[in-house]
Design a protein around this ligand. Structure first.
Ligand SMILES: [Mn+2]
Length: 270
């Protein structure tokens, strides 16, 4: 029989990816058969950075599922946010913290839903209920998801369940400051020089990071040498380009008289 696939929603965020990895682990342990973690799109910069930093392999990319394929959904239930072919798949379980909408199955299933701030909070409680020990990598992934989805426990969707889960996960050996550093990485703002300085101060011991930062500084330096006014360019760490063929700084150009021609551009790839 085909292996069970577990995945989060399209345009995956950190919760969709981390919860899929952890759920695949948990289900593999519970079922005694290999469950495969998948993703329905490219990783965003935050998730990419976190997985890279913790040396966790990204889930497998899938675009559709065949009829009768056994699947588990995490961090979503709506078919419009799910994989192509979901209507005819066999949904074995759902773990989610969203409203239920545009969803139906022809067979009974496990459905774990709670109005909490993050899917990983529900997964954490599932570990507790089933008495399965949480490994360090699983703890790191769940903590990253909780911090990201609840914006460091500050979003209005944050509940005591999320706070408790994060507190417990920290005890398993998750260095919260390390994770916060990663999550806040893309929230860096200020002037161009502020941003470059803040990136520098992160002190990441990663060759690719250092090279990327060096290149970014070169780009800024040369733009100034060309006499481009400071308010005509902006270092933007949120420009996410997930395609593998981007190997350097990515830049986007806005032509004020031709806004409809919003052209591609740049950031450096990590
Ligand atoms: Mn979520």
């Amino acid at each position: 029989m085909e292996k069970i696939l577990v995945f989060g929603h399209k345009n995956p965020d950190t919760d969709a990816i981390c919860s899929s990895l952890v759920m695949a682990d948990l289900q593999t342990k519970i079922r005694g058969e290999e469950v495969i973690s998948c993703r329905l799109g490219n990783l965003n910069e935050e998730t990419k950075y976190a997985l890279n930093y913790f040396k966790v392999k990204e889930p497998k990319l899938i675009e559709k599922v065949d009829e009768g394929q056994r699947v588990i959904l995490v961090d979503h239930n709506e078919f419009t946010q799910s994989v192509e072919g979901i209507e005819k798949a066999k949904i074995e379980a759902v773990v989610d913290h969203h409203r239920i909408n545009n969803f139906q199955t022809s067979e009974p299933l496990f459905y774990y839903a709670q109005p909490v701030g993050c899917t990983s909070t529900i997964l954490f409680e599932e570990f507790k209920t089933s008495g399965i020990e949480i490994e360090k990598t699983e703890a790191i992934l769940m903590a990253s998801a909780i911090i990201s989805d609840t914006l460091l426990l500050k979003s209005p969707t944050t509940t005591d369940h999320d706070r408790k889960a994060l507190e417990e996960l920290e005890k398993i050996g998750v260095d919260k400051t390390q994770i916060e550093k990663i999550i806040t990485f893309i929230q860096i703002d200020g002037t161009n020089d502020d941003k470059l300085l803040k990136l520098e101060n992160l002190n990441f011991e990663n060759e690719t990071f250092k090279l990327g930062l060096q290149e970014l500084k070169e780009v800024v330096k040369n733009m100034r040498l060309f006499g481009i006014p400071e308010n005509n360019f902006n270092v933007d760490l949120t420009i996410a380009r997930g395609l593998d063929y981007y190997t350097g700084t990515v830049y986007e150009t806005f032509l004020n008289d031709y806004r409809e021609l919003r052209k591609c551009m740049l950031w450096w790839k990590i």
